[in-house]
Design a protein around this ligand. Sequence first.
Ligand code: BGC
Ligand code: ZN
Length: 369
Amino acid sequence: MKALAVRPGIPGSVHLTDVAEPELNSVPDNRGVLVETIQVGLDATDAEINAALYGRAPAGDDHLILGHEVFGRVLAVGAAVTHLKSGDFCTCTVRRPGPTLYDQIGRNDITSHETYFERGINLLHGFMTQRFVDDAEFMVKVPVGLVHLGVLSEPASVCAKAVEQAYLAQQRLQIWEPKLAFVMGAGQIGLLTTMMLRLRGLEVYTLARTENPGLKEEIIRGYGGHYISTKTMPLEDLVRKVGKPDLIVEATGASRIAFAAMEHLNLNGALVWTSVTGGQKTLSDFPADRVNLEWVLGNKLLLGSVNGNRHHFAQGLADLASAEMMFPGVTARILTTPIDGFDDPGQLMHELTENQSAIKVYVNVKKLS
Ligand code: BGC
Ligand code: ZN
């Protein structure tokens, strides 16, 4: 069976490889689910892994099979599996439990162990294969009405967690009724977060550099948000115009912007960082005294959020479904760049890193029939 892999540590090492067929019985206690891969999404994390900035191979292997955003169809289930059956559509979570208490209660997404295990990213092989097996515990059913958006299940889980965490953490204030949000970045995470915050009734400004980005702006408008190009309207000008946001979700992939966002949060606000920045950049011109003072005097909250557990996948899917009711057809427009099969690894990475008009690059591994 074919798979797409990299050699972590070697830049540009993406290649095709051959792997053994997965076996249902490799999962203990009849909890195995065998899945036929239909689509696999790629994101900036895959680009960073191929650039050797991030990611590790499983112990004893020199390669890592890519793919952490999967949509598939169940081929077979073990006797103990009750929430999925053959023919169901499904997705699969990314993190696997480590040794801590959080892992044991199904909160692998907040493990307190330094080493984390993530399929297709860190120490575990991913889903960019024709078939895969995993424990039913990590499999999430995708409703038939969302088959056309199934490949967005994982990114939606990441956004659902970021939003959930902000609301949970803000319970510290006893009353928090956020009205205004800025979403930094208009990639898939920025767009889906815009959608989720609009579903919760916030006024949302989604910021990115590009002037007149066309489709991205249409999608944001479709969700009832506002697109702002920071080239024509820098952050300080926007704040002067609309006020300081109660919530900022940062998803640009640029640590400099994650810090810059700290200068503009409202009193009692929450800033959520979601960018995974594998590089080595440093900042020398940050107004540290001023920001420190404002954050202390303003009781502001900085929150890091990564990954999603099965509950966040379910919430992400519920939000994708609500968005189809509220903003029909908008979300599918994120799916700009399908690629048939992964036989041409170079083309895949080229689309992912060079195609400026692509929002979502994903592989059709198997045609839906
Ligand atoms: C994935 C998350 C993962 C994170 C850190 C992201 O691209 O979507 O599931 O936890 O990278 O590795
Ligand atoms: Zn990802």
